[in-house]
Design a protein around this ligand. Sequence first.
Ligand code: C2E
Ligand code: MG
Ligand code: MG
Length: 639
Amino acid sequence: MRPQVQNSAIPEAAVSTDFEVTERRFQARGLIILFLLSALVFFAFNYWHAGSQLPGVLVVMTALVLLFPALLLSSKEKLLVQAESLILWFALISSLIIGLTAGPTGGLSSAVAFPFLALHLKGRRRGLQWSMAWAIILFAGMQIAAQFSLASAQNERLLWQAGVALLFYIGIALMLNRAVGAGQNSDEAAAADQGNKEKLAYLEQIAYHDSLTGLPNRLCFIEILDKEISLAQERGHSLMLAHIRLQRMFENRSIIGVEASDRLICNIVATMTAAVGSRGVFARVRRDEFVCVYRQHSEEINATEIIKEILAFRLEYKIDDFAVQVSHTIGVASFPQHAQDAVTLLHKAGQAMLQAQFANQNLAFYDEKQEQHFVRSHMLFSKLQEALRKNGLSLHYQAQVDLRSGTIIAAEALMRWIDPISGPVSAAEFIPIAEKSGLIKPLTLWAMREAFGQLLRWRAEGLNLSVAINIPARCIMEGEVVDELRHLFRTCNLPAGSVILELTEAMFTDTPAALVQIVASLHKMGFRLSIDDFGAAQTSLSCLKDLKIDELKIDQVYIRGMANDGNSRAIVQSTIQLAHNLNLRAVAEGVENPRTEKLLQDMACDVGQGFYFCKPMPADVFSQWARAWQINKRAALSA
Ligand code: C2E
Ligand code: MG
Ligand code: MG
């Protein structure tokens, strides 16, 4: 849905008229008080000195009827115009009363101010209309008074002279009003008008533009995009919207400072806008996020070209003689393919950008399925948090079997989560979500404590096993995780080698010195260190040289395939030899059938793990199964 955006935005009243209104209200009230006092004085004068008391009574009554409501109306800004009209009505009626009762001379002498008042209160056009109405009413009134001999001194010549005089007063008032307008008010008005325009322009600028770069902001961009969409609809063309997020700007900011980082942003904007030129409109929608709509109304958009162009945005900038690298992630959505309106299109380009970020890529095109995946990931993330808080997770255990003796030597702890609504969620789905969101650290700490507890219980029951715990890449570098491992190992008083830490290999593409140290210290403490899924990701053999590890766990892709695939067999055999040459234990996971077990035994693989031996199971089921296995070995399997 499109938000309601006012066209050219700011209502004039909001900017300019506060002062004017106060001034006008002040004037109107002044006039009301003045007229009320004058009416009272007129009444008093009539009462004591004049022959007739009627004009005074009529004028006072008119004042009461018209000026009190005028006073009330003047308190409301919207009704001020009506209050001013009532003041004029009073002036008109009272001069008519005086004119009718005292004759043209009396009427005129008391009413000459009317045109000046009308022009002042109502402006030139409306003031002139009021004045003409005043002249006609007054002239007609005097005619009637003459007809019915209401006034004391009247003759035809005098009446016409009075009529001319009325027009004469209007003329003077008009000229004066114009002269004052030209000489003074018009200057002020022009200045005020100019000031208001500037104020408006300024307010519009800050409401619709980013103050640092001067680019349109989100609000403004939605309007622009709306227009582009209408135009594209009319002409039957497509549009492309790129959402660009500058990466690691927070780190840059903390190194180069806020001021330099602002300059950096301006440089980036200059580069990007120059690259896109007149074919696109840029906007800054968040601190480090920009959007650009490509408008190519004349021909079909060539997506590949545009993407090349975006990706070619300069990545290195010089700020204060320092070279700063800025990488960006781009999401692209297009009209009419992905959305029909501006807000949805903007949302989808943003989603595509998040998809790119999630997949560790520079660029992603909006993908409906990916979005569903993304939405599910978000949903699972919040539910997983809750599950961790509310004890909704458990560990299952899968046996690791010594392939020479057939005894169970260890159990790998594998996390399980059954969501009350969605049902069981596989570890392969929720562990990556936890890894990407940072939730993996509390999950790992929880799994470590659980697994240590279970190991103690098994040992107390006489089941002599090791336990293998999965520790993902980023966690082993966390002080808290390492400290907790040391603490648990010490307090549980476990023999060396009884806890295996399975480290995922992806982390070892390069081996930071800190990691080498941590692994060495854990090894020294008595932990067995294993590299999980060896051969799955980008394999870096350097980690085997640098890290003090104890075993290689060959990725199950090769193990599951080795029974039927010669290449897999060759890879497995070489890896086992590599492990042995490095004095490491070779562990094969994914053993699904006796043929694979036999092949592994022939290759002198040390340990096997897989569905052929057992599937992961809850701790109590596992201990029963393990006891039976230890007693009967193969008999338990075939039973
Ligand atoms: P992994 O550490 O390599 O664990 C082995 C996975 O392979 C387990 O899947 C296990 O059930 C499965 N598996 C074992 N033998 C066979 C077999 O013969 N055939 C087949 N098809 N699969 C077999 P699971 O439990 O779904 O775990 C998947 C991954 O999730 C694990 O791979 C591990 O990377 C991660 N994970 C599981 N539990 C935890 C945990 O507590 N902490 C961390 N950080 N990661 C965990
Ligand atoms: Mg593992
Ligand atoms: Mg594995």
